[in-house]
Write a protein of this length. Sequence first.
Length: 255
Amino acid sequence: MLFTLFPVYWMVSSAFDPGADHRGSAVLPEGLTLEHFRYVFGTGEFGGYLLNSLLVGLGTVLLSGLLALFAAVAVARFAFRMRTTVLVLILVVQMVPLEALVIPLFLQMRDLDLLNSLLGLTIVYLAFSLPFAIWTLRGFVAAVPKEVEEAAYLDGCGWWRMFRSVLLPLVAPGLVATSVFAFIVAWNEFVFAVTFLQDDEKYTAAVGLHRFFGQYETEWGAVMAGSTLITLPVLIFFVIVQRRLAGGLAAGAIR
């Protein structure tokens, strides 16, 4: 735990350390200051970068959750031709290194006129989040006994009412888990963002943070302040959903 948390302590303490640029190996900071945060939000224009990342992250979460849920129900409950092939293709997509797809996706986004666009970046992140989300949610849907659905039908539910009132609460923990994964992927990703975005005002937080690394010097106070700001939304998002994430399948069945 100490080995894992020490880099976090170093990041946060350096963000408030007035001597962060020449801290060296000192464990304790020289003092406390908010100057690095003022610089990041002022000169660094970091607030706009955080907003862009938030828009891309939430868009990825909402779209991936909706599409993955319906796809998972389809492959887990409905019998159709080439269903096994679809599942195999989902796994194959996850095996491809992301770096190998930068140039093909760049050319595709260029042809679709989606370069330098937050929408285009969201679509790319959606493509990488969906395979994991579909495969994970398929396990949750398949674990729900069919007898539960049949009991809902006997009580007079149509398919949509059964899906909304019975199946959705049961797979909610898996939906939350995939949402956390999709948000982290979209929030932390750097390579596609720096490749597809050209205008400064459209940079995400990960790309904006890289601006504090100069050719001859690095503004470590600003880097640590920006890193701390990037970390906070992920923690807040996890705190909001962690209770639902910890919930078991039985909770939905009881309701």
